[in-house]
Design a protein around this ligand. Structure first.
Ligand code: GLU
Length: 480
C-alpha cells in the first residue's frame, strides 16, 4: 500500500489547481488558465490549489515563484492550498516531493510497468530519423523494453545512467470525455513508451503532474489544448498506479489580433507588465474571463459574479482572440466602477504629492470619467492643480474667437459656476458652444475634458479668475 495516500475526500468536492512551471513571468495565456480553474472552484465552493511544477531545477527560479504568487494575489485569485498556505497535501512544490515520486516509480518498476532505458540522445535521434524516412510517426522503438537483468546490469556497470520509461500497453484505445472538446480517443499503439523519470532521477512532466493531481484530490483539470495529447499518457499512468484521474478539459488557445498564437510579438504581455502599465485587476480579469468563455452579462463583473456564471459548457473550442481594445474597454469600466475610497487610493498612488489630501475628493469628482490610467491622473493633476496650462492651436483659436472682453467679464464674476456663466452670457450675449468652449479652454487649456462645474469647484474662484485673466491676456496678445 502506498505511504502517500490519495486525498481523503469521500464527497469529491470540486478541487482545481493551477500548476505553473516557474521558468518565466506569468503571461496572459497561463493567467487565463489559472482564472478558469479558480472560477470553477469558487463557483462550487471548492478549493483552488496552487502547485509549483519546478522539477526542472535548471530553468526554475524562486523569483518566478514569488512573482507569480504576487501576480495571482494582485488579481484576487487566492489559493486555498499552496505556497504560503499549508494544507493536507503539502508540500506544494514538486521539487520537495521527490520521495513521493520515488515510491510510485518503485511501484511501477516492481510490476514491470516501467523499465530503465539506456538509449543515448544520438540513438534516439537515429531511430526517429529512420522512422520518418519510412513515413512513420516517430516514437520510441522499444530498444530497451525487454533487456534481461544481466543486460541492464552490464549497462549500469559501463556507467550509463538510465531514464525510466513507462510500458504503454499495446492494442488499446484510451478514450476520455474532454469537458471542452468532447470525447477524445487515442490508440495506445501510437504513443510509444515514454520517459517518466529523467536520468538524474527527477520526474518527467507526465508523471509528477498526473501523480500530484491524483494525490491532491484534483477533480477537474482545465489546461491549454497543447496538453491534449499528454492526457492519454497520463490516464494510462494513473490507471497503472491505481490512482483516480481528474476530469480534463482542454481550452482553446489564445491568438493575437493577427490570428497567430499569442506571443510577445503580437500582443502577449506579462501580468506584471499590465500592472505596471496601470491596468486594474478587475479589467484584466474581465477581459480574460471572456476569452474563450461566453458570458451573457456584458457588465463589469466581480470574481463572485464571474464564478456564478462560469460553466464548462460555455468554454469555446475555437481559438480566442486577445484584443487590446477590449482590455481598454474593461479598464474604462473598471475605473468607473471604483468605490470612492479605492478611486482616491488609486489617484493618490498615481499622483503622489501633486494631489494634496484636502483636494482629493473634489479632484476625483471632477476627473473620474476622464481618467483611464495613472498617467491620465497625473496629466489632469498637472492641468487642474498645477501649472500645466498651455492651450494648443485649437484652444488658442477659441480664445481669439471669444476675445479679451469675454474673459475680463468672466474674471469679474463672483460666485459659483452658474453665476460665472450667467455673468459672461449677460456681458457677451454668447450661449451654447461659443460660451462654453472658450470658458473650458480658459480653465484647462484644452478643448476636451471634465464637466466644467466640477472643474470650477475644484479650482476655486480665485484660481479660476486668475486663469480667466491669463486667457484675456492671451486672447488680446493673439489679436495683435
Ligand atoms: N506545468 C505545466 C505547464 O505549465 C502544467 C500543465 C497542466 O496544467 O497540467 O504547462
Amino acid at each position: 500500500m502506498s505511504e502517500h495516500g490519495t486525498y481523503p475526500d469521500p464527497d469529491r468536492r470540486t478541487r482545481t489547481r493551477f500548476a505553473p512551471s516557474p521558468t518565466g513571468l506569468l503571461h496572459i495565456g497561463n493567467l487565463r488558465t489559472a482564472l478558469f480553474n479558480a472560477l470553477l472552484a469558487r463557483r462550487d465552493g471548492g478549493d483552488f490549489v496552487l502547485r509549483i511544477e519546478d522539477t526542472d531545477a535548471e530553468r526554475s527560479r524562486a523569483e518566478h515563484v514569488h512573482q507569480l504568487c504576487e501576480d495571482l494575489q494582485w488579481l484576487g485569485l487566492d489559493w486555498q492550498e499552496g505556497p504560503g498556505v499549508e494544507g493536507p497535501c503539502a508540500p506544494y512544490a514538486q521539487s520537495a516531493r521527490q520521495a513521493v515520486y520515488d515510491e510510485y516509480f518503485a511501484q511501477l518498476e516492481a510490476a514491470d510497468q516501467a523499465y530503465p532505458c539506456f538509449c543515448t540522445q544520438q540513438e534516439l535521434e537515429r531511430a526517429r530519423q529512420a522512422q520518418r524516412a519510412a513515413g512513420k510517426a516517430p516514437r520510441y522503438p522499444g530498444t530497451c523494453a525487454n533487456l534481461t537483468r544481466a543486460e541492464r546490469q552490464a549497462r549500469l556497470e559501463r556507467g550509463l545512467r538510465p531514464t525510466l520509461r513507462f510500458r504503454v500497453p499495446g492494442g488499446r484505445t484510451v478514450a476520455f470525455d474532454d469537458r471542452v472538446r468532447g470525447t477524445q480517443r487515442f490508440a495506445t499503439d501510437d504513443l510509444g513508451d515514454f520517459i517518466i523519470r529523467r536520468a538524474d532521477g527527477t520526474p518527467a512532466f507526465f508523471f509528477s503532474n498526473a501523480v500530484d493531481d491524483a494525490l491532491m484530490g484534483i477533480t477537474h483539470v482545465l489546461r491549454g489544448e497543447d496538453h491534449v495529447t499528454n492526457t492519454p499518457r497520463q490516464l494510462l499512468l494513473l490507471e497503472a498506479l491505481g490512482l483516480a484521474a481528474p476530469a480534463y478539459g482542454h481550452i482553446s488557445m489564445i491568438t493575437g489580433a493577427d490570428g497567430a498564437p499569442l506571443s510577445k510579438r503580437n500582443g502577449s504581455r506579462a501580468v506584471s507588465e499590465l500592472r505596471d502599465a496601470g491596468f486594474l485587476p478587475e479589467a484584466v480579469v474581465n477581459h480574460l474571463a471572456r476569452l474563450g468563455h461566453v458570458y451573457e452579462d456584458h457588465r463589469l463583473l466581480d470574481l463572485d459574479a464571474l464564478a456564478d456564471d462560469f460553466a464548462l459548457e460555455r468554454l469555446g473550442r475555437a481559438p480566442a482572440r486577445f484584443d487590446p481594445e477590449q482590455l481598454q474597454h474593461w479598464q474604462r469600466e473598471a475605473v468607473q466602477a471604483l468605490s470612492a475610497e479605492r478611486m482616491a487610493a488609486w489617484m493618490r498612488a498615481a499622483a503622489g504629492d501633486a494631489l494634496p489630501a484636502d483636494r482629493e475628493a473634489a479632484f476625483a469628482a471632477a476627473v473620474r470619467d476622464n481618467v483611464r490610467f495613472p498617467e491620465d491622473v497625473r496629466r489632469w493633476c498637472a492641468v487642474l492643480l498645477g501649472d500645466a496650462w498651455e492651450p494648443d492651436a485649437s484652444g488658442r483659436a477659441w480664445l481669439r474667437d471669444a476675445g479679451p472682453a469675454f474673459f475680463q467679464a468672466a474674471a469679474r464674476a463672483h460666485g459659483d459656476w452658474q453665476a460665472v456663466t450667467a455673468a459672461v452670457k449677460a456681458a457677451t450675449g454668447r450661449k451654447g458652444k461659443s460660451l462654453f468652449m472658450p470658458l473650458r479652454v480658459a480653465l484647462t487649456g484644452l478643448a476636451h475634458g471634465p464637466e466644467l462645474p466640477a472643474v470650477h469647484a475644484l479650482l476655486g474662484e480665485e484660481e479660476a479668475r486668475r486663469r480667466f485673466r491669463r486667457a484675456a491676456e492671451l486672447a488680446a496678445g493673439d489679436d495683435q
